[in-house]
Ligand binder design. Structure first.
Ligand SMILES: Cc1cc2nc3c(=O)[nH]c(=O)nc-3n(C[C@H](O)[C@H](O)[C@H](O)COP(=O)(O)O)c2cc1C
Length: 353
């Protein structure tokens, strides 16, 4: 099977309802209601900063496609919606186009459709520094996402089997590339141990890419067809747990929350837990499949409207004000925090008057 065919299978499987769980850890978070928010919807500002990158709002259409004619068409629709709504967007892994120059147009279309937009390049950590620079140049990217997807590779029969040297490559990428580096998971989440390694390597921005949305362990298991590794389908940390681990790490990292973000309430919860930006992938893909760029544009504007309303509800004029809203964590995530020594009291009691 070619890489192009594999990428298309990923799209088809990601669109299936069982590619994502029915419940979300975010439902275990309760934001404390306030009867006197003392603010108004018109006063809400959605601008945010991802390191030095200034964004007009916190949504990111996260890495998915490119590398074939069909996925190039999806990129065109995603990019059209990104341009219209001022949404930052990442392309899918550019590895195929680094090997075969004919595939570059399926990524370049994203820059063509959105000449002034904020666009992220995307490669794995096994790519050389030269190729990373080429990926950035290919789409005149504003930042480079380096994705980490070890479980996915290991479940794939044709996947990588060796993962040493990644940290060193990441360290070099941070110091030598001309754009910021974002180290990103693809749905298995992160924990303190990983954040510390990344901080030591000089990384400033992470995308926690947590469990709870598109599930690549499930997708690769379906592709294998022999049922092996089914037990890894719930492997990894949820997006909520990844954010709590990030809080506990007290790391200097700027954080993108992604993985299973369903609606504006999940978005405000992610900001309450410290995220600067919130990424959506599977949901954006489904919107484009249902009704092209127009459907995705409608969805993004809808989310932004609801976000303004919810921020008003919680008395937040700026996204960072959400970090003052006290919140409680229940269920499995709470048990995780107790076992890992993560202090939830500082979240549930903050902002007390
Ligand atoms: C069809 C598809 C292809 C993807 N390909 C990539 C990729 O090439 N590089 C990457 O970093 N992440 C890739 N992802 C992972 C997403 O960026 C994201 O981390 C993951 O889907 C979780 O977000 P979600 O629950 O909103 O879908 C892909 C996701 C989908 C749905």
């Amino acid at each position: 099977m070619t890489r192009e065919q594999r990428k298309w299978q990923h799209v088809e499987l990601a669109l299936r309802a069982d590619a994502r769980p029915e419940t979300s850890d975010f439902d275990e978070v309760r934001l404390v209601h306030r009867s006197l928010p003392e603010t108004a919807v018109k006063d809400v500002k959605l601008d945010t900063a991802l390191g030095d990158l200034m964004l007009s709002h916190p949504l990111l259409i996260n890495a998915m496609t490119g590398g074939s004619a069909q996925t190039g068409e999806i990129n065109r629709e995603l990019a059209q919606a990104a341009a219209e709504t001022g949404t930052a967007m990442a392309v899918g892994s550019q590895r195929a186009a680094l090997v075969d120059g004919r595939l570059q147009s399926s990524f370049r279309i994203v820059r063509e459709m959105n000449p002034r937009g904020v666009i992220f390049a995307n490669v794995g950590a096994d790519v050389s520094l030269d190729d990373m620079a080429r990926a950035v140049e290919m789409i005149e990217a504003n930042a480079l996402q380096i994705h980490l997807n070890v479980p996915q590779e290991l479940i794939m029969p044709e996947g990588d089997r060796s993962f040493s040297g990644y940290l060193r490559t990441i360290e070099q990428a941070v110091t030598r590339l001309s754009v910021p580096v974002i180290v990103k998971e693809v749905g298995f989440g992160m924990a303190r141990e990983t954040y510390r390694q990344l901080v030591d390597a000089g990384v400033r921005i992470v995308d926690v890419g947590g469990r709870g949305g598109t599930n690549f362990a499930w997708i690769e298991r379906e592709r294998r067809g022999d049922g092996r590794y089914a037990y890894l389908s719930d492997h990894g940390q949820s997006t909520l747990v990844s954010l709590l681990e990030w809080q506990a790490a007290q790391a200097s990292l700027v954080c993108v929350a992604s993985g299973g973000i369903r609606h504006a309430l999940d978005i405000v919860k992610a900001h309450a837990l410290g995220a600067a930006v919130v990424g959506i992938s599977g949901k954006a893909l489904r919107a484009v499949q249902e009704g092209g760029a127009a459907r995705l544009i409608e969805m993004i504007y809808g989310e932004l409207d609801e976000l303004r309303v919810l921020m008003t509800l919680f008395g937040a004029r700026h996204l960072r004000d959400m970090q003052r809203v006290p919140l409680l964590v229940r269920g499995e995530a709470r048990a995780w925090c107790i076992d890992r020594g993560i202090d939830l009291a500082q979240l549930s009691r903050r902002g007390e008057v």
